[in-house]
Structure formats: structure tokens, C-alpha cells
Design a protein around this ligand. Sequence first.
Ligand SMILES: [Zn+2]
Length: 358
Amino acid sequence: MTHAWLFTGPPGSGRSAAAKAFAAALLCPHQGCGHCDSCHQIEVGSHPDLESVRPQGLSYSVKQTRELILRAAGRATLGGWRIVLFEDADRATEQAANALLKAIEEPPPRTVWLLCAPAADDMIITIRSRCRVVTLRTPSTQAVAHVLTTRDNVPHPIAESAARASQGHLARARRLALDESVRQRRDAVLSLPRTLTGVGECITAAERLVKTADEDAAAATTELNETEISELRALYGEGSSGKGLNKGLIRGGAGALKELENAQKSRATRIKRESLDLALLDLMALYRDVLAVQFGAQVELANEDRRSDLDVLARAGTPEDTLRRVDAIMLCRERLAANVNPQMAVEAMTLSLRNPRG
Ligand SMILES: [Zn+2]
């Protein structure tokens, strides 16, 4: 039995789902039947021998990793395997990765590490070389549409169009198929290119893209942040006495609160970035389709349902123009990942996408 596994694949390919299924196979008395208590506990994340980690912020610290290693070293309560499922393991900082390496090099006999990352290259080579790598591929449009119709009862035409639009990302396809507001937001993004006729329009479009990402982050975090803060305050005695933080605990409480606030900020930044990146990926897919139309290529178009837009954009420029625009989007993604001010990066991009002829 290999003690360290690395599940890799593009977002949406089901890395963590595959790792979870593998954990179920190891812990379930019937090799992962999907119906017993053990399988159910794994599904909802309450199995005592499965330690699941999913970094919420931009990175995963060495302190968090050391705590995780300690938890992993415990004995399996049910006498079988003790499993650590580490999603987005590529977010581990360099120091954290080194701590992780030590744990993987000398694992307790019944501990199994399941790491997930977009690609094997995202992990340091010393970790990679100690893991058995399981590579997942992007599922086909047909496969994604099939899951949506059979598991989520989505009507066929909607499933088909959501699967095409998500380009193999199952979770995204499902959100598109089930949530009207997600579809509307995507439509708004894809309608932008035809509006980019002048400098003023480009700046407005950039503002709108950035604002939407901010709103996404706020919607996803505001409530959660408040719950976490009130839980922490309760833990340190505030509220129960009604007289502020318990005196003896003031210092620890304030430190913990500060730490929590930093983690929350990091989580919001990550959601903002991911939301903006998703919009950029949608735009990139649109221009890829434009290029296919310009060349008359017989390929599946992600935006088949916006055929008239594609035709207009294809006629308004040359394939070289289109490639230049794809490059501008790529550059913007790189800049955002490198922490450039979002408004500036997106503005530079929309200006490059400008098409004076409309
Ligand atoms: Zn089972």
C-alpha cells in the first residue's frame, strides 16, 4: 500500500471527489459501497478516521500544516486506516510543503495521505516523487450533460448548454444549470465585448467586472464572517457575562480575533480573484469561438447559443486581432495572480479588447 497519493487534474475534473471515493474504499467494510454509515460519514465529512482539509485563503501556513500532521499521527479509531485528504495542497507555502514532506517521508504505519492539486508540477519535486500520481482528465461535454440530466434532473437542452459553457467543469456546469442568477451573470460578461467601442465604455466595463467579483465575495463571506466572529467571542467569554472579553483572556482573545480577521480577508481575496478569473475564462472561451468561426473550423463551440454575436465579432476583425485579444486576457489573468490592482489590470485588458467598429 502506498502511503501518499497525489490526485491531479484541471478544476472541475473531480480531484477531491475521486480522493474521497478512494478514502471511502479504504474505510468502508464493503470497499466503498456508498450506502453504509462509514460511506455516509465520509460524504458529510464526519468520519473519525478521515481528516479533511480545504484551504480557504490564498495559502496554507506551516503552522496549520504542523497541526494537521499532529492530527494525522493519531491512531485510527476503528483500527483500520487513518486518512488525510488535503484539497488544494498546492496552496501550501514553501515552509508548509517542507513540513508536509517530512510527514510523508516517515508516515505512521496506518496513515495515508491523499493530496489534490491541479498538476503534479504544482507540488515540490520531493513530495511529487514520493507520491503515486493519479491523473484525471477533463470530462467531455456529453459526460457532464449526462450527470446533470440523470443526477440533478436538469432538462436536456439546459444541461447540454451548461455543459458546453462550463467546458468540462462539472461544479460550474451544475451552478449554471440550476441557478438562474449565475446564468445571468455569465450572459452579462459575454455581452461585454460588443459594447467595447470607445475608451469610456472599456473603463465602465472594467468597473463592472471588478464590482461583480467584489459582490460575489461579499455574498459568499459576510454571513460566514459574522458567525465565525461571534463564535470566537463566545469562546473567549464575551457575551456570556455581557461585560466584554473576560479579563484573564483579553490578550489571547484579541490575538485570536486578529488571526481570524486575517484569515477572513485572505478568503475574501481568494473568492474575489476566483470570481474574476471565471469571468476572464468565459471571455477567453468566447474569443476562442470567434477564432474558430473566423477559420471555419468544425469544432464544438462553448458559446453555440450566442452564434450571432460570434459572427459579428468574427467579421469585425482578423484572426490576428482575435489572438491579440486572447493574449490580453491571459496577461490580465497573470497580472491578477501576481497581485496587481484588479481595476488597473482589467482596464488594460478591456482597452485591448476594444473594437472601434463594434
Ligand atoms: Zn460503505
